[in-house]
Design a protein around this ligand. Structure first.
Ligand code: NAI
Length: 414
C-alpha cells in the first residue's frame, strides 16, 4: 500500500493552499492531493462571474501554473475520490479501489451543490454552479437559451444573474425567503441588490418557491412557481446552497451536526485528521464564540495555513477575521466580519451614488461591514472589527470622518 506523509482530500482553494504552504515552509515529506475533478486546482469564485460570462478562460483561473505541482513534488491524484477513511489504521480507500496510508490527513473536500428535489429537477437544462464541468455543460446549451430561471437569490444566483444579463438573457430569480442574500447580508444590502437587479431588467420573485420543473423530450421548458404562475425558460440554474462533503469522515466517526467540528487548530476528533474550509465547523470569536461554518476563500486558505504551520512544527490558532467579496454589474461588495446577530445597521455614504457601507453593530460593538464600491471603508473598517470597537451609530454614519480616525480613537478591547 502506498504511503503519503500528508494526504489532502480535495483540490480546491483549501486543499491546494495546504500543499503550497507546506512546501513554502520547507516541508520535506511526501504530499498528495486527491481531487474528484479531473482538473488542477482552480479558483471557484470566477465560475459565477468572469468564467461564466466568457471574460476569463480556464487557464487564467488556475491557482498555480500546471508545472508548479510537479516541480514541488506534490502528487496530484485527480479524477478520484476518497470513499472511506479508516481512522485507526490511518488509511483511505479511493473510488478506484486503491488504498493509501497516511500519516496526516487534511479533509478539504468542500461541499456539493444542493439540488432541488421537486419533479423535473434532473431534466436537461437544469444546472448548478459549483465546478468547471457544471459551467461548461451549462455554456453548451446557452446559445439556445433566451429565458433563464435562477432558483436561489444567494451569491451564486445573483452573480449568475448579473453575468448572464450582460449576455442579454431574460432572467427571473426565484427566492424562497423575503429578501435576497438573507443568509449572508443585512436587510439594507438585500434591498439595494434587489433594486439593482431590477434596474438591469432581472425579475426577482421573493417569498417564492418552485413547485416543479416542466420538460419536453427530456429538456426543461419552464418552471411552475409557488404563486401558481408558470414561467417558461430554456435554462434553469439552481443556487440553493451547499451540503458539506463529509460523508466518509462522518462514517469514520467524525463529530459535527453542520459539517465536521474542528478545534482552533483545525483538528477533528479523529487522530491525525484535520478539516478545513467549507466543511469545517469551528468556534469563531467573530460570531460571539459560537460555532460557524464559513463558506469562503478566506476561510479555506487561512485554515490551510493553520494546518501547514502545525505540520511544520509551529503551534497555530485560527483567529483570522472573516472577509468576503462579490462582484455584480459594476458593484464591488467587500465584507469584513460576520453580521449575523447584529442589532443595529448603520448606513455610511450615499446609496444613490452606489458608494456606501453598512456598519453592523451588536450591543454597540462593530461586528461587520458590507462595503459597496468603498474599499477605503473596507480596509479601515477591518480594524474596528478586529479590535471589537464600541462606537456610536451617529459617529459611524458621518462619512466625512474616516473609519481610520475612529479606530485610532477608541481603546483596544481585549
Ligand atoms: P447560499 O446559501 O448563499 O444562497 C442560497 C439561496 O437560495 C438563499 O438565499 C436561500 O434562501 C435560497 N433558497 C434555498 N432553497 C430554495 C428553494 N428551494 N427555492 C428558492 N430559493 C431557495 O448559496 P449559493 O448562492 O448557492 O452559494 C453556494 C456557495 O458558493 C456558498 O458557499 C457561497 O458563499 C459560495 N459563493 C461565493 C461567491 C463569492 O465569493 N462571491 C459567489 C458565489 C457563491
Amino acid at each position: 500500500v502506498k504511503h503519503v506523509d500528508v494526504l489532502v482530500v480535495g483540490g480546491g482553494h483549501g486543499g491546494a493552499q495546504v500543499a503550497i504552504a507546506l512546501r513554502q515552509r520547507k516541508f520535506q515529506g511526501s504530499i498528495a492531493i486527491v481531487g474528484d475533478e479531473p482538473h488542477l486546482p482552480y479558483e471557484r469564485p470566477p465560475l459565477s462571474k468572469e468564467y461564466l460570462s466568457g471574460e476569463k478562460p480556464f487557464e487564467r483561473i488556475l491557482i498555480r501554473p500546471p508545472m508548479f505541482w510537479a516541480e514541488r513534488q506534490i502528487d496530484m491524484l485527480l479524477g478520484n475520490r476518497v470513499i472511506a477513511v479508516d481512522p485507526v489504521r490511518h488509511y483511505v480507500r479511493l473510488g478506484s479501489g486503491e488504498a493509501i496510508k497516511y500519516s496526516k490527513l487534511v479533509w478539504a473536500a468542500g461541499g456539493i451543490a444542493r439540488q432541488l428535489n421537486c419533479a423535473g429537477h434532473d431534466l436537461e437544462g437544469v444546472h448548478v454552479i459549483r465546478s468547471r464541468a457544471d459551467v461548461d455543460s451549462m455554456l453548451r446549451g446557452m446559445e439556445c437559451a433566451n429565458r433563464v430561471i435562477i432558483v436561489g437569490g444567494g451569491y451564486i444566483g445573483l452573480e449568475a444573474a448579473a453575468a448572464l444579463s450582460k449576455c442579454n438573457k431574460k432572467i427571473t430569480v426565484v427566492e424562497s425567503q423575503d429578501r435576497v442574500l438573507a443568509r449572508v447580508a443585512g436587510e439594507p444590502l438585500s434591498r439595494f441588490y434587489e433594486a439593482e437587479h431590477c434596474a438591469h431588467g432581472v425579475d426577482i420573485r421573493l417569498s417564492t418557491g418552485v413547485d416543479c420543473i416542466k420538460g419536453s423530450n427530456g429538456r426543461v421548458v419552464g418552471v411552475q412557481i409557488s404563486t401558481g404562475e408558470y414561467v417558461p425558460a430554456e435554462l434553469v440554474i439552481v443556487g440553493i446552497g451547499i451540503i458539506p462533503a463529509i460523508e466518509p469522515l462522518r462514517q469514520a466517526g467524525a463529530s459535527g451536526d453542520n459539517g465536521v467540528d474542528v478545534d482552533a487548530g483545525c483538528r477533528t476528533n479523529l487522530p491525525g485528521i484535520f478539516a478545513i474550509g467549507d466543511c469545517a465547523a469551528h468556534v469563531s470569536g467573530f460570531a460571539g464564540d459560537t460555532v460557524v461554518r464559513l463558506e469562503s476563500v478566506q476561510n479555506a486558505t487561512d485554515q490551510a495555513m493553520i494546518v501547514a504551520r502545525q505540520l511544520t512544527g509551529e503551534p497555530a490558532v485560527y483567529d483570522a477575521v472573516p472577509w468576503f467579496w462579490s462582484n455584480q454589474y459594476n458593484l464591488r461588495l467587500q465584507t469584513v466580519g460576520l453580521s449575523s446577530g447584529h442589532d443595529q445597521a448603520v448606513l455610511r455614504g450615499h446609496v444613490e451614488e452606489r458608494r456606501f457601507s453598512i456598519v453592523y453593530l451588536r450591543r454597540g460593538q462593530v461586528i461587520a461591514l458590507d462595503c459597496i464600491n468603498s474599499t477605503k471603508d473596507y480596509v479601515e473598517g477591518r480594524a474596528l472589527v478586529t479590535r471589537k470597537s464600541v462606537l456610536k451609530a451617529s459617529e459611524l454614519a458621518d462619512s466625512s470622518v474616516s473609519l481610520k480616525s475612529l479606530a485610532e480613537r477608541v481603546p483596544i478591547q481585549l
